[in-house]
Design a binder for this molecule. Structure first.
Ligand code: FE
Ligand code: ZN
Ligand code: FE
Length: 221
C-alpha cells in the first residue's frame, strides 16, 4: 500500500521499525552467544532488554494513533542481520567480535535514522506523546551505538585484534589458547572447515585462524 500522506507514511515507517525490532530480538541472543568478549556479550544482552522495551514503546505509539499493532518486513535490518549470520559462520575469535561490532553498528545507525525520522514525523503531526516515546528510543539507540564504539576501542579488544593478526605460535597466556588444537580436532566440522579455507585463502580469515576459538569452547562459557 503506497502512502499518500505524512500520516500514512508515519504508519508505514512504524511498521517497518516494529518488524526490525522483532527481528533484532531474535538476532541479539545469537550475537551474544557468538561473542568472545564478556563485555560485548553483556552489551548485546543489555540491548536485547532495551529492544524489548522499544517494542512496547512502538505498541504505545500505534495506540496513540488508533492503528493496529502490525509489522511490515524491514528489508534493511533483515539484510544487516543476514550479514551478521555470515560473519558468525565464517569468522572466529577476536576477528568475529570485530565483525559483530561492525554489524551491530550498522544496525544501530539504521535504527538511529529510522527513529530520528519517526520522531520528526510525530512532531510534524503534532503527536507529542509519540514524539516523546520515539525520542526515548532514539536516545537508547545512540547510547547503544556509543557503547559499541567504546568496546571496539577498549584496550583489551584492540590487543586481541592485533594479536589475531600475528603469525607467531600462540602462547599460554594468549586469548583463546588451545584454540588451534581444539578447532583442528573438532568433530563438528566448523572449525576445521574454516581452518582449511584459511590456508587456501589467507587474508582476514587466515589471520583469524591463529587465535581461533572453537565453537564448543565458546558454548561452554
Ligand atoms: Fe532498537
Ligand atoms: Zn526497513
Ligand atoms: Fe538498537
Amino acid at each position: 500500500m503506497a502512502a499518500t500522506s505524512l500520516q500514512e507514511l508515519f504508519v508505514e515507517e512504524l511498521r517497518d521499525a516494529y518488524d526490525g525490532e522483532k527481528r533484532l530480538t531474535k538476532a541479539l541472543p545469537k550475537m551474544a552467544k557468538a561473542s568472545g568478549s564478556d563485555e560485548l556479550r553483556a552489551a548485546f544482552t543489555n540491548h536485547l532488554r532495551e529492544t524489548e522495551g522499544q517494542i512496547k514503546r512502538l505498541e504505545q505509539v500505534f495506540r496513540t494513533i488508533g492503528e493496529p499493532v502490525r509489522g511490515k518486513k524491514c528489508d534493511g535490518l533483515m539484510g544487516i542481520i543476514e550479514e551478521g549470520k555470515h560473519a558468525i559462520d565464517e569468522l572466529d575469535g577476536s576477528v568475529l567480535d570485530a565483525a559483530l561490532i561492525a554489524g551491530a553498528h550498522r544496525a544501530e545507525h539504521y535504527e538511529i535514522a529510522a527513529y530520528g525520522t519517526l520522531a520528526y514525523f510525530a512532531e510534524m503531526l503534532g503527536n507529542d506523546k509519540a514524539k516523546d516515546l520515539l525520542g526515548q528510543t532514539l536516545d537508547e539507540e545512540k547510547a547503544a551505538d556509543e557503547k559499541l564504539s567504546m568496546i571496539a576501542k577498549s584496550s583489551v579488544n584492540r590487543e586481541a585484534l592485533m594479536a589475531a593478526g600475528t603469525e607467531e605460535p600462540m602462547t599460554r597466556s594468549s586469548r583463546g589458547s588451545g584454540a588451534r588444537r581444539m578447532a583442528s580436532t573438532s568433530s563438528r566440522g566448523h572449525g576445521s572447515r574454516a581452518m582449511a579455507s584459511d590456508r587456501s585463502r589467507g587474508g582476514v580469515r587466515g589471520n583469524a585462524g591463529g587465535r581461533r576459538r572453537s565453537r564448543s569452547t565458546r558454548d561452554r562459557r
